[in-house]
Design a protein around this ligand. Structure first.
Ligand code: NCD
Ligand code: ZN
Length: 350
């Protein structure tokens, strides 16, 4: 039976586009379905000031596929040396949409992140004054904290004190992976939201090890126990405006993932929308998909919903997605979900 749904064109509120050859090849995978994306600043070296953001945005625009209307929304990478004046003019001129906080060493390219949170209080104060949102990679990095507990401990030790001190600062807890994250965000009265990825709606921590180690299911924050995955599915499909899509699509060359010390990140830009349609259908919540992908994030970031539309079509046979994307620098594996998907994005999407 043919079945299709038509939704407002989605946005991706957490995307890694990289640079150079990789940027050129992965960008069309996002522009095909998404109208806007929040571009993560964790390049090497990171995007830390206006000059960097202007240059990076230009490099993205330079390789924009013909006819694409995609708008990259830029971010600064918060460091202990971030200049509040530069940040203010970048935010007020519309150059940046938010500032990203990485605890030092938390994930890929986070060596320039924040060590001592007291040292960024003056910056957070300024961001509160000007209404600039803070996007947070919510994991502590202390070696004595178990990798599966790092999000919960971050909320308790770092995020909650920041929120107490700056109750008017708008914060996004990025790519949440735990029931603790879900509950914490639900309990906040205002100024707190969370992004959720597609892959965390599919994977629990067992999936990383089924039949052997699966480097393409390794990302940070790492997938957690099944009860956490179920809580994320409930939150994403609930219609609660505090939860919205940030794919965290994070391409790495296969040679850097399939190795003795592989990089973290799942490359999901190509098939996220099909994957989400499956999740929302399985949860009997297809009517909540548009809110999650196309309304809640726009509302949090104070931008109007997109005017374009996207159609998803139910298929009779499982969809077979391409296995990888070829780039001038090498192959990048596309996230292969651990279940059959019966949805695809229509080619006639506008
Ligand atoms: C991201 C990357 O590769 O840049 N990796 C990941 O596993 N998600 C960084 C990040 O968002 O943590
Ligand atoms: Zn990310």
């Amino acid at each position: 039976m043919a079945k299709a749904i038509n939704i407002i064109q989605p946005d991706d509120w957490h995307l890694h586009l990289r640079d150079g050859a990789l940027l050129q090849s992965v960008l069309p995978e996002s522009t095909r379905h998404f109208n806007r994306a929040l571009i993560m600043p964790n390049l090497v070296p990171p995007v830390v000031n206006s000059q960097d953001a202007i240059a990076y945005k230009q490099r993205i625009l330079n390789v924009m596929p013909e006819g694409a209307k995609f708008e990259p929304k830029m971010t600064f990478y918060l460091t202990e040396d971030t200049d509040p004046k530069d940040l203010t003019s970048a935010f007020e001129s519309g150059l940046i949409t938010s500032v990203k906080l990485y605890p030092v060493g938390a994930t890929t390219n986070s060596e320039s992140g924040v060590k001592n949170f007291d040292n960024v209080h003056n910056i957070l104060e300024r961001m509160t004054e000007i209404g600039c949102p803070l996007c947070v990679h919510g994991e502590v990095t202390d070696e004595d904290v178990d990798i599966f507990d790092r999000e919960a401990v971050f909320i308790e030790r770092i995020l909650d004190p920041i929120r107490q001190k700056f109750p008017n600062l708008k914060i996004v807890l990025e790519h949440i992976t735990t029931i603790n994250g879900v509950e914490y965000v639900k309990s906040a009265e205002h100024n707190l939201a969370a992004t959720i990825t597609a892959h965390h709606l599919f994977l629990n921590r067992n999936h990383i090890f089924i039949g052997g180690i699966r480097p393409h299911y390794y990302c940070l924050p790492i997938a957690k126990r099944e009860k956490h995955r179920l809580a994320l599915r409930e939150a994403a499909t609930s219609g609660n405006k505090k939860f919205f899509l940030g794919t965290d699509s994070a391409p790495h060359l296969d040679t850097l993932k399939e190795t003795a010390c592989g990089c973290a990140g799942c490359f999901t830009a190509s098939n996220t929308m099909a994957l989400l349609a499956q999740v929302f259908e399985d949860e009997n919540k297809l009517n909540k998909l548009e809110g999650f992908t196309s309304r809640h994030g726009a509302s949090f970031y104070n931008v109007p919903p997109n005017t374009g539309r996207l159609t998803l079509i139910k298929t009779d046979e499982p969809v077979s997605f391409p296995k990888n994307l070829t780039t001038a620098a090498g192959n990048v594996t596309i996230f292969a979900p651990n279940q059959a998907i019966y949805w695809r994005v229509s080619d006639n999407t506008t």
